[in-house]
Write a protein that binds this ligand. Structure first.
Ligand SMILES: Nc1ncnc2c1ncn2[C@@H]1O[C@H](COP(=O)(O)OP(=O)(O)OP(=O)(O)O)[C@@H](O)[C@H]1O
Ligand SMILES: [Mg+2]
Length: 399
């Protein structure tokens, strides 16, 4: 093979202009890559065009943050906004340039500023979450969940705080719907109990009483010589008497009239005594310095919660002792029911366990929440269960 000599020559002006244009284009591409405006580069190669994704650049993160359906910000520890995405600007109904550089406090109500402050201080150490309301322009407020974390960048001193702001409007709406639904279930349960109580009392109890009298007459008519038949008739009469008493007990538990007549404390005492007699579980009820009456709704709430708690003790706890304490203090009514049974884990129940759960705990919570109060359930395996109810004391007392 013969070597071919290449002759070097000066490029003409057209070639120079072409080269210059390509250089300008390359420089522009590089600038766009550095600025994050480009996420993919296509290079013509021998095997056709090759596609390079710009991994490692900040571009992907920026794209992610801008396309998020949540507000994303970086702040100084004092709450000055260094960066915010468009979504956050939409949340507070302001143009982005008026958001960046301003204080995050301006978007919060006074009490929420105080709530957020310690979280901002702690954010550098560990991630944390807090719920606040955002001033969303035109006087409207947006319930949001703020997730905070420290953004450690060595270049930046002092360190900045990363914040993700999630709009909780839909979550709140769903929670409210759920609560309204639970309340309707509890109300329906209450009216159904009333109906069943009347039917038991007026129907079954009356029938059982009639059978009892007939049985009495029957046993009186049996000759004393026919001892086995007489004994059988007496036993039958006793069994019918017990059934009538049991039906009356159930009916009493379902009715609220008795609460109205006797008042909360005597009814709690009667309920506790009946529970202890029937189940053999000892129960100690204390109501220190309790006088007067509460509004009917509060008395019913406390009575139903005690009933539900005792029902759970009987059904699940395998307890030997129960302590019930009712007290008033600093404008609140407190009811505590503690058992020494097998306990359960109220916070970490498997989906399967939750599916089997009934309405007891749910209705207790709903009843307390409906009266503006709350319930705390403390339970641990082999330790027992403690239910603490706290209701704000009604201002209007009964005589
Ligand atoms: N005092 C208790 N001791 C042990 N476990 C309990 C106690 N109270 C509740 N539990 C557990 O919590 C679960 C939920 O209780 P909840 O009262 O909500 O429903 P339930 O008793 O199963 O059904 P329902 O009350 O509708 O008859 C129970 O199934 C039981 O496993
Ligand atoms: Mg129950």
């Amino acid at each position: 093979m013969k070597p071919v000599r290449r002759h070097s020559r000066e490029p003409d002006s057209d070639e120079l202009a072409g080269l210059r244009a390509r250089l300008d284009e390359s420089q522009e591409t590089l600038r766009a890559i550095r600025g994050g405006e480009v996420d993919t580069v296509v290079v013509a190669g021998k095997q056709g065009p090759q596609v390079f994704t710009l991994q490692g650049s900040e571009h992907a993160y920026r794209m992610l943050i801008e396309s998020m359906n949540e507000g994303a910000l970086t702040l100084t520890a004092d709450g000055l906004i260094l960066y915010a995405n468009q979504c956050f600007a939409r949340m507070v109904a302001l143009p982005l340039e008026r958001v960046m550089g301003s204080s995050f406090d301006r978007f919060l109500l006074a009490e929420d500023r105080a709530t957020l402050r310690p979280f901002l201080k702690r954010a550098g150490k560990s991630g944390s979450k807090v719920q606040v309301r955002l001033q969303a322009g035109h006087g409207s407020q947006l319930p949001v969940l703020i997730s905070l974390c420290g953004v450690t960048q060595k270049r930046l001193t002092p360190p900045t705080i990363g914040m993700v702001v999630t709009d909780m409007t839909d979550v709140r709406r769903t929670e409210e719907l759920l609560r309204a639904l639970t309340h309707r279930v509890v109300q329906a349960q209450e009216s159904e109990r009333g109906r069943v109580a009347i039917e038991l009392h007026n129907g079954i109890t009356q029938i059982l009483c009639a059978i009892l009298f007939r049985c009495q007459a029957l046993s009186a008519g049996i000759s004393a010589h026919d001892l086995p038949s007489k004994r059988e008739a007496i036993q039958l009469r006793e069994m019918i008497g017990e059934a009538a008493e049991e039906v009356e007990r159930i009916s009493r538990g379902l009715r609220v009239g008795v609460l109205d007549e006797l008042g909360l404390v005597p009814v709690l005492r009667a309920t506790s005594k009946e529970f202890a007699d029937r189940t053999g579980v000892s129960i100690k009820l204390t109501c220190p310095r309790w006088t007067g009456r509460l509004h009917a709704d509060f008395e019913l709430t406390l009575y139903r919660i005690l009933q539900e708690a005792l029902r759970n003790v009987e059904a699940h706890a395998r307890a030997r002792h129960v302590i019930v304490r009712l007290k008033r203090q600093n404008g609140f009514v407190y009811l505590m029911i503690a058992d020494d049974g097998i306990g359960f884990d109220p916070d970490h129940r498997s989906a399967g366990q939750k599916e089997k759960d009934g309405l007891g705990l749910l209705s207790m919570r709903e009843r307390a929440a409906h009266m503006g109060g709350a319930i705390k359930i403390v339970s641990a395996r082999r330790v027992g269960t403690k239910i603490e109810v706290r209701l704000p004391l009604p201002t209007t007392k009964r005589s």
